[in-house]
Design a protein around this ligand. Structure first.
Ligand code: FPP
Length: 246
């Protein structure tokens, strides 16, 4: 039976989050510059987004640029920003064709003006699409997001619009950049690194984690299917016993 047929439609993860890692190493292995790996990584993003949309996944969150990535050499940061703009221009028709709605999380105010503007245009253009919601994490880190949430909650408490003893988990979730999006069911990280790297720390509390040595540019649709099949064989207990969840 081929891999796709092994996927159960009834147990599809609603939300898949991916740490796309290994572009630089992939390029280095071929004796090429790091940007060569990032450009190939864009092709993987295209393939995986189409596959997720076709499978009926509801949310796909991709860690495209972290707060810490600003510390990379300026030439790489600048080239990545240009790549993002070019990719958006090139891929918007594909998003439309696949009924994908683009949204972003992160501190967009730190992005160059043109990059930010292009994203806003694409977000507006795809806003009525009803299929997969693609969430691009750009200039994002979970500690930044949690700090912002604490700041907003503290401000409301100081203004008297929120009482300290009313603050619960729901309050925190509502003040995160992912408000309204269900928590990821499955987190995939490529390139063999076994870390979360400041990604969705609150939201990943009960996610199933899938790590693969495959570098992001090599991460094929078949590898993606393998991750979903692996997820579907796990028992999610959310702190309960096996007997309780049967
Ligand atoms: C990690 O590889 C990748 C990134 C920091 C950037 C990811 C960006 C893309 C895949 C291209 C743009 C994406 C979209 C959504 C249009 P790395 O550079 O950390 O690789 P390394 O660990 O091998 O050095």
């Amino acid at each position: 039976m081929d891999l796709k047929e092994q996927i159960s439609k009834a147990r599809m993860p609603r939300h898949i989050a991916i740490i796309m890692d290994g572009n630089g190493r992939w390029a280095k292995r071929q004796g090429m510059a790091r940007m060569f790996g990032h450009r190939q990584g864009v092709q993987t993003v295209h393939n995986i987004t189409e596959a997720a949309a076709e499978l009926g996944v509801e949310y796909l969150t991709l860690y495209a640029f972290s707060t810490e990535n600003w510390n990379r050499p300026k030439e790489e940061v600048d080239a990545l920003m240009i790549l993002l703009v070019d990719t958006i221009a090139k891929e918007t028709p594909t998003l439309m064709k696949n009924n994908v709605r683009l949204t972003t999380i992160g501190d967009l105010s730190r992005l160059p003006e043109e990059t930010c503007r292009k994203f806003k245009e694409c977000i507006a253009q795809t806003s009525a699409n009803t299929g997969l919601q693609m969430v691009l994490a750009l200039s994002y880190s979970a500690r930044w997001e949690l700090t912002e949430a604490v700041r907003m909650v503290a401000k409301k408490a100081a203004e008297g619009t929120l009482r300290a003893d009313e603050i619960d988990e729901q309050t925190v979730s509502m003040h995160l950049t992912t408000a309204g999006i269900p928590d990821p069911d499955l987190l995939i990280r490529t390139s063999g690194e076994l870390r979360i790297s400041n990604f969705l720390l609150w939201q990943l509390a009960y996610a199933e984690l899938y790590f693969t040595p495959c570098l992001w540019p090599d991460f094929s649709v078949e590898e993606f299917y393998r991750a979903i099949i692996d997820y579907q064989h796990r028992e999610r207990r959310f702190g309960k016993t096996s007997e309780q969840v049967i």
